[in-house]
Design a protein around this ligand. Sequence first.
Ligand code: 5GP
Length: 204
Amino acid sequence: MADRGLLIVLSGPSGVGKGTVRKAIFESEEHDFQYSVSMTTRAKREGEIEGVDYYFRTREEFEAMIEAGEMLEYAEYVGNYYGTPLSYVNQTLDEGKDVFLEIEVQGAQQVKDKVPDGVFIFLTPPDLSELKSRIVNRGTDDMAVIDKRMQVAREEIEMMALYDYAVVNDEVPLAVDRIKKIITSEHFRVDRVIGKYIKMLKEM
Ligand code: 5GP
């Protein structure tokens, strides 16, 4: 039987560019993981395709899936449900293939609770790391704006602490490259491979 695949979760604050980075990863040649298409109750946008971008469902259909325990995670975001159907994820991991989720932060927290050995990647806005210098140097913003920005930054940094990796999305190709390198390295972690070697020894 193949080793079980890795569950990779890309998340991060709203507006950081998760969808753009995810699309760039799957459009690139060298990637070796499967995208888990999410389910949503939001209206289809122009150009989106059922089963490719999302599974578009009614609230009733979505709630029936939740009731039946068929969602790995779900969240309500700006008035609509978004979630990850469980069956595709399980089946694909069982086949030994890695599965990639791109989801908002509440959903990522649920996955962390259920699948702690997943790989959790937090995409950060470039201005978060430069926040202090921007605030200090500018001197033009009024206190309310500075406070608001500090508050958002504090929340984002608190969220980041739950993840294994923080990847800055300064330029999409750079972020893509960093994420691919993380996934490659994760496969070589001793705690992920040692079971196989112990089994081999026992069988000798
Ligand atoms: P959009 O409506 O722009 O396609 O997506 C809105 C937000 O929903 C994005 O932050 C995206 O990452 C998130 N999202 C997409 N699919 C899922 C999902 O399956 N679960 C969760 N929790 N969030 C999702």
